[in-house]
Design a protein around this ligand. Structure first.
Ligand code: SAM
Length: 299
């Protein structure tokens, strides 16, 4: 493992962060290390040090994301992140079983749109469209990929901004709804991470409307999205907002993510935040569910 990042300013910041950490100020060390990684985002030593500082600062879920990001840059794990992760994640649920989600949405599909639109006042696709209109007015994106496309509501909202539109969903019944709309150039049934791996060409926009609520730890997915985006390409998504730290699985089996968690994972995975704003995508039992809309740009 190379101790120098190859960037003098980054090395100086790194050394300063180590001093801060040794003096017991892990939170400040984490801030300095985050700035260091802006200069050298792929440097494994820096990623690992940030993860340790976050763990020391008590930011458990941010630390988990950071250790995962480190493993992306050093799959051999020469610094022992797997052990750190095992200790940190002992009780943390980070994914929902695929089979569970598939069955849930296969059963939900026939009444999905009516239930979401009429009862839950669902509007994540329109919120994403508005966010993209503001950040990238008028752009026709060459290749757009819709993660967890469901019955294709986001496709409808974005079709006129996409020269080519692809989509994937775990549930065959939901994909049938999307196929019936006849607006996608390509549709796949399967897991979104696997579908990203299978993409033969990079996209300049990847969207996830109300889908990341089914994923706890976002770091592996963000990394996969980053790898399939052009530079600069955009990643636009909605999440449910958590006012605590990191992410949490709610009683309704949906994850909520904190703003700082989104910020940490975005930076770790090579994204710049263009927008990260409060937005209400749906209601639950007649009450607005707090959320966030994000538009990230691949660095
Ligand atoms: C609430 S729906 C949203 C559907 C669509 N994006 C929309 O805006 O109407 C969530 C969708 O995400 C899909 N999904 C959840 N986890 C997934 C995964 N790992 N891979 C692919 N699809 C997934 C579900 O099957 C479901 O269709």
């Amino acid at each position: 493992m190379e101790m120098s990042s190859g960037n003098l300013t980054a090395d100086r910041r790194f050394a300063y962060a180590q001093l801060l950490r040794r003096d017991g100020d892990a939170a400040a060390a984490a801030d300095v290390l985050a700035q260091t990684l802006e200069l050298v985002p792929d440097w494994p030593e820096g990623r690992f040090a940030l993860a340790e500082a976050l763990a020391d600062a008590g930011r458990k879920y941010d630390a988990i994301a950071a250790f995962e990001a480190y493993l992306e840059s050093d799959p051999a794990d020469s610094m022992g992140a797997a052990v750190k992760l095992a200790l940190l994640t002992e009780t943390a649920p980070v994914v929902l079983p695929e089979a569970y989600l598939r069955r849930l949405f296969d059963e939900y599909a026939p009444r999905f749109e009516k239930a979401l639109r009429e009862k839950l006042h669902y509007r994540a696709p329109e919120i994403l469209r508005a966010a993209l209109d503001e950040t990238q007015p008028g752009t026709i994106f060459a290749r757009v990929f819709d993660l967890g496309c469901g019955t294709g509501l986001a496709g409808v909202a974005l079709r006129d901004r996409a020269a080519w539109l692809g989509g994937v969903d775990l549930s065959a019944a939901m994909v049938k709804g999307a196929r019936d709309k006849d607006i996608y150039d390509q549709l796949n049934v399967g897991d979104m991470s696997a579908a990203l791996d299978d993409l033969t060409e990079r996209c300049d926009l990847i969207v996830a409307a109300d889908v990341l609520t089914y994923v706890g730890n976002l770091a592996p997915l963000f990394t996969a999205v980053r790898q399939r985006l052009t530079t600069p390409g955009l990643f636009a998504f909605t999440v449910q907002r958590y006012e605590g730290e990191g992410f949490v699985l709610g009683a309704e089996h949906r994850f909520s993510h904190s703003r700082t968690y989104i910020e940490t994972v975005s930076a770790q995975c090579g994204f710049q935040i263009l927008r990260l704003d409060p937005a209400v995508s749906r209601q639950e039992k007649g009450v607005d569910v707090p959320g966030l809309v994000a538009v990230l740009r691949a660095n």
